[in-house]
Design a protein around this ligand. Structure first.
Ligand SMILES: Nc1nc2c(c(=O)[nH]1)N[C@H]1C(S)=C(S)[C@@H](COP(=O)(O)O)O[C@H]1N2
Ligand SMILES: [Mo]
Length: 401
């Protein structure tokens, strides 16, 4: 008999989104706040007032996850259900009162200077759809103990961004200085007094070629000014790269010879074996892998025709196809991709229509990217629980009655 990891049986027990969250509690220590939102009291921590409490799991005062079955079929994730991950308290609302006045310092170009968002808007514009996914999305599926939020599938969304391509900004400021290997972006949070800045600042470096080819400085998300909690007035968007590289409320973009020595770059977000300390020579959380997961149904369904839904993306590459299995990975059927293809860096919802007799089905999905890379079956453990994409444990058990 096929051995199925215990963890996804927990999901199968779920009746509603709220029940799904509580049945999953053993995966991580859920703070008291989470209980409040599950009770439907509608209370989310202060900065998240406008979000839909029933669609979100509260991990901490600064951290929200989207419920697995709250992801819809339109391809774009509404801001009201989008996850939030902050390393530091959100800056004051005042910074989005007049977004065009926000200034970003551009360095490492021939004519370095401070530029306002208003001026950036005259330098160029592009619109791109990207998956925004935390490096720790799926951490809760690893068997080993990990520190950090025990995310399941919901530290991810797919957004539409508008902003100026990084290359246009560089060109407007005279081109790159020689020997610039990285684009280093610094978040605009006020840092706590008396601490070493390099220990707390959100500052990330990425290879300059990828930044010049695909990066944008975005002022619009899903057709409106980028909301403060998602990085307004101006956010770095790095298509195909993990969330952490998409620096919010960016106040400085520097083209540098070396990677930043902020600890968030030097030792955090580094993939290494369990028990090993983070170090600069280990792979940084840059490129995302090909991945997919089933979003619905999570509850019991009637026998007959059952529509199985999910989302799939290629990570750094385009998505090619996605298959669905209803028997834990023994047999696979090609799923149908839904709606418009929003491009190489977007996710696409998918659906498989299956005729199901009463019984319990282990349903999972497996995506393939344009380079022929197939989503892995199992993700090897790594110290911080990054980069989870294994289809075996991402499965859900669906009971057909
Ligand atoms: N300035 C700043 N940018 C940041 C962060 C942060 O704490 N501060 N968190 C990063 C991390 S770890 C992730 S996963 C994404 C989360 O983006 P969201 O909160 O808009 O969903 O933003 C990234 N950019
Ligand atoms: Mo993250």
């Amino acid at each position: 008999m096929l051995s199925i990891p215990r963890r996804h049986f927990l999901i199968a027990a779920a009746g509603t989104a709220g029940a799904a969250a509580s049945s999953l509690t053993p995966l991580g220590s859920r703070p008291a706040l989470a209980q409040e939102s599950e009770n439907g009291s509608g209370s989310l921590p202060e900065p998240f007032g406008s979000k839909i409490a029933d669609s979100l799991i509260v991990h901490s005062e600064l951290t929200l996850e989207t419920e697995r079955d709250a992801i819809g079929t339109s391809g774009i994730t509404a801001k009201d259900i989008l996850y939030v991950r902050n390393n530091l308290p959100t800056p004051s609302e005042e910074i989005v009162a007049d977004p065009d006045a926000w200034e970003v310092q551009i360095e490492g170009v021939r004519e370095p200077r401070s530029v306002t968002v208003g001026e950036l808007k005259s330098m160029g514009v592009e619109t791109v759809s990207t998956v925004l996914q935390c490096s720790g999305n799926g951490r809760g599926f690893f068997d080993h103990e990990t520190s950090g939020s025990q995310w399941l599938t919901g530290a991810a969304g797919n957004l539409l961004w508008s902003g100026v391509p990084v290359r246009d900004v560089v060109e407007a400021l005279g081109g790159l200085e020689d020997g610039r290997n990285f684009m280093t972006s610094t978040g605009g949070e006020d840092l706590p007094e008396g601490v070493d800045e390099s220990q707390v600042v959100v500052e990330r470096s990425i290879p300059v070629d990828h930044a010049m080819e695909h990066g944008i400085l975005a002022w619009e998300m899903n057709g409106e000014p980028v909301p403060l909690i998602h990085g307004g007035p101006l956010r770095v968007v790095i298509p195909g790269y993990y969330g952490i590289n998409n620096v919010k409320y960016v106040r400085r973009v520097a083209f540098t010879e070396e990677e930043s020595d902020a600890s968030i770059m030097r030792t955090s977000y580094r993939v290494r074996p369990v028990g090993v300390e983070g170090a600069p020579d280990q792979p940084s959380m840059w490129e995302m892998k090909v991945k997919s997961w089933i979003t619905r149904p999570l509850a019991d369904v009637e026998s007959g025709r059952v529509l199985l839904y999910g989302v799939a993306f290629g990570g750094i590459n385009a998505l090619e196809r996605v298959e669905v299995s209803t028997d834990g990975g023994e047999n696979w059927q090609e799923a149908r991709l839904l709606g418009p293809d929003l491009g190489r860096f977007a996710w696409q919802p998918f659906v498989l229509s299956a005729e199901l007799e009463p019984g319990t089905y282990t349903v999972t999905s497996r995506a393939t990217d344009s380079e022929g890379r197939v989503q892995e079956e199992v993700t090897e453990p790594n110290h911080r629980g990054y980069d989870y994409s294994g289809w075996r444990v991402l499965a859900v058990d669906v009971t057909v009655v």
